[in-house]
Design a protein around this ligand. Structure first.
Ligand code: GLN
Ligand code: ZN
Length: 756
């Protein structure tokens, strides 16, 4: 059986592309040097795939920053403000990606958005009425030819016109459909060009097809592709979907004259049923996405081969593929030196997945794969008892009862009790948790990591930072203090490291956007808290002041969403395991005299399913309870806060209120104020702290500006429910601007109090 992948990661095995790009941005290397590294990386990636035995290797899956941005530039979708800089091609591209400030002018970057349900972010193309859509770039052809020079006949990959038009932002009157013909022309031209180069397959990525679509959307899709497919000659077109299934549109879409359909059998839970129910079009090739492109576990050969056997009943020609691009997994286990073999045996990163594809392909061609060694070994791994199981944890989850998810008394009563007990002024001031991570803070951590100082020395330094932080906050006059989070550099890693069941990697980086990569920890086994994690720091902080110090934890959904999850148990079960661990920490904090505890859910929305019909059944029905589980056991006097880094939660506002926190803070500066209407209209009960200034910039907001923001908020929010705080943690900020901003924030609250 032939095999392929949807796409390969681009940043390089050791993030070479990141480092050379950043050097280029700083003016330390030339364009030529940048291009050379990129070219070498592409060559390396093709060679990896070739030597691993991949038959149909993709090209144009490389990108300097982002594939959607590449597509925009390819079709001349370059807003005027960038064109007017008069930079060359690559610098215009980077100006769109990162903004530009220099001799040529001053423009901000395009907006960035989450790529469907992943942690990858794309740049949002901007189309205005006078945008002249036409094919102007050469990148796909150049890279195709480049691969051919290595003797590799690649499958050229492009983001399809439908997904592109769905993701773009329209600045003027004209909407997507009005640009359809221009895109048809452009894509037809691309096909012709590939035709002349002798390309066998072109892959159009259309993940937008797995969303809920309207009739208009489907019309747009049909218009685009009926016209493009009309012009098809020898080069075959693969319609590639991923992150879900085609559901209601399966029949309609597969009736179109594509030569191949790439379907996701993992996140596309309905894909197999759809084929069983409606069959698969004759004479077409099925690109079966069976190896997970999003997670780091080995595939079960039994499962994959079983599905392939079933599929063979419906179609003759199958190409084994990944469920989506391997962009979402780290490069290779070869980079890992500290993973124990008994742990590592379960993992497959990108390179190891290539290996799996080859082995699986070979197995399908044998008379009886069940007797082959590769199959047997893989089967044994899945059959034997899995490492990291903990019956106690399982029992705790099984024993959870309805009341464990319900906090009593109800919130309106608690709010009264807390008002009396905490004696806070109206418009209480607070911060989101972290204070600037200065060089000394980082030095302390590094010294401890390297073993230069012991835990006691490390902690005593952390306590010094805490003391200074408390003193500063008292001096500024903040009402609810924080300890500053000096003991952690990352809100998930810190808890992962202190919980049993987690595994960490050294170099398992995954691109999050542009040159930024993240290294998510792996949930390997059952998650358990074995010791108190934050109490000693909080207890110390509280001992220094009479004002309440807010305990600071990360919530279970965020911990889960920013980790690689297990595949042998459900997300719900993992969320509950982590929820129980955080609950234990919450109760310990309470016992230690902490009266206010914030449980951050910065990534709550991250894994909200793409289709609205799946929101509850697949996600919110356990995600919200997992949060409630953390705090349902506290006394009525204990005030529970949560925080989210965004305010686009209008659509799930009821669910946010159902988390049953007493207070929520979120980002609301700039133009994000529509949330205020939603809060008012939904009868939102949780007290709210919409961020009064943007911490992502070093700018110090004036007192008047903050008052202005608060006055706007007071038009929609009850005065007894409004908190005053920045919009996120302060850890990336400098000390000076932080102090100046907080002084103004406190001043604004004081002036406002006099008026109410
Ligand atoms: N408490 C965390 C902080 O202040 C929250 C970070 C976040 O929301 N991303 O840094
Ligand atoms: Zn935040």
């Amino acid at each position: 059986m032939n095999n392929t992948i949807v796409g390969f990661p681009r940043v390089g095995k050791l993030r070479e592309l990141k480092f050379i790009s950043e050097k280029y941005f700083r003016g330390e290397v030339t364009k030529e040097e940048l291009q050379q590294v990129a070219k070498a990386l592409r060559a390396e990636h093709w060679k990896f795939q070739k030597s691993a035995g991949i038959n149909l290797i993709p090209s144009n899956d490389f990108s300097f920053y982002d594939g959607v941005l590449d597509t925009a530039v390819l079709f001349n979708v370059i807003p005027k403000k960038y064109q007017e800089l008069n930079l060359d091609e690559i610098d215009t591209y980077f100006a769109m990606a990162r903004g530009y400030q220099g001799e040529a002018g001053d423009v901000s970057a395009l907006a960035m958005k989450k790529w469907f349900n992943t942690n990858y972010h794309y740049l949002v193309p901007e189309i205005s009425d006078d945008t002249e859509v036409k094919l102007v770039g050469e990148k796909p052809f150049e890279e195709y030819v480049e691969a051919k020079q290595f003797g590799i006949q690649t499958k050229a990959v492009l983001i399809g016109p439908f997904t592109f038009l769905k993701l773009a932002k329209y600045q003027g009157e004209k909407k997507a459909a009005e640009f359809a013909q221009d895109f048809v022309k452009g894509y037809v031209e691309i096909l012709k060009k590939f035709e002349s180069l002798g390309t066998e397959w072109v892959q159009f990525d259309e993940p937008a097809l797995v969303q809920d679509l309207t009739v208009e959307d489907l019309n747009l899709f049909n218009t685009l592709y009926k016209n493009i497919l009309k012009e098809k000659r020898n080069t075959k077109i693969l319609l590639q979907t991923y992150f879900g299934d085609l559901r209601d549109y399966y029949q309609e879409i597969t009736a179109l004259d594509f030569d191949g359909f790439g379907l996701d059998f993992l996140e596309g839970k309905e894909t197999l049923h759809l084929i069983e129910k409606y069959g698969f079009p004759e004479g077409k090739v099925l690109f079966a996405g069976l190896v997970n492109g999003k997670n780091i576990w080995k595939s079960s050969y039994e499962k994959v081969l079983g599905t392939l056997e079933e599929l063979k009943k419906y179609t003759k020609e199958i190409v084994l593929s990944t469920s989506c691009s391997l962009l979402h997994v780290p490069y290779t286990l070869q980079n890992e030196n500290s993973l124990k073999p008994e742990v590592e045996q379960y993992f497959a990163f990108a390179l190891e997945k290539l290996q799996e594809l080859r082995e699986l392909s070979v197995l399908t061609d044998t008379d009886d794969y069940r007797i082959e060694k590769e199959y047997q070994e893989n089967k044994e791994l899945f059959a034997k008892e899995r490492l990291g199981q903990n019956p106690d944890v399982k029992a705790k989850v099984d024993d959870l009862k309805e009341e464990d998810f319900i906090r009593l008394p109800k919130r309106s009563e608690r709010q009264k009790i807390q008002k009396d007990d905490l004696e806070l002024p109206i418009f209480p001031t607070t911060t989101i948790g972290s204070f600037p991570q200065t060089i000394e803070v980082k030095k302390n951590r590094t010294a401890y990591r390297k073993g230069e100082i012991d835990k006691a020395a490390y902690d005593s330094k952390v306590n010094e930072f805490i003391k200074a932080c408390i003193e500063k906050q008292e001096e500024i006059g903040i009402d609810v203090l924080v300890h500053g989070e000096y003991e952690r550099n990352d809100m998930v890693e810190f808890f992962g490291e202190n919980l049993e069941g987690y595994v960490f990697t050294e170099k398992a980086w995954v691109q999050s956007y542009g040159t930024r990569c993240v290294k998510p920890p792996i949930i390997f086994g059952d998650v358990k808290r074995t010791k108190a994690i934050t109490t000693s720091y909080l207890e110390y902080a509280q001992s220094l002041t009479d004002k309440p110090v807010k305990g600071m934890l990360t919530g279970p959904v965020t911990i889960l969403n920013w980790s690689f999850p297990r595949e042998d148990i459900s997300l719900k079960e993992m969320a509950y395991q982590i929820g129980i661990a955080i609950r234990e920490e919450v109760l310990d904090l309470e016992k230690a005299g902490i009266k206010i505890i914030q449980i951050d859910e910065a990534a709550l929305k991250e894994k909200l399913p793409i289709r609205q019909s799946d929101w509850y059944t697949e996600y919110l029905d356990w995600a919200i309870p997992a949060f409630r589980l953390c705090h349902s056991g506290v006394k009525p006097e204990t005030q529970i806060h949560t925080h989210m880094c965004y305010s686009e939660f209008n659509a799930i506002i009821k669910d946010i209120d159902n988390m049953d926190a007493d207070v929520i803070s979120f980002e609301a500066s700039r133009s994000k104020l529509t949330i205020l209407d939603a809060i008012q209209e939904s009868g939102f009960e949780t007290e709210v702290g919409p961020g009064v200034y943007d911490i992502h910039s070093p700018r110090v907001p004036s007192v008047e500006e903050i008052m202005g923001a608060l006055e706007t908020m007071l038009k929609k929010i009850d005065k007894d429910k409004l908190w005053v705080n920045p919009d996120c943690g302060l850890k990336t900020r400098g000390i000076l601007e932080t102090e100046a901003s907080l002084i103004n924030l406190v001043e604004a609250a004081k002036i406002l109090r006099k008026q109410y």
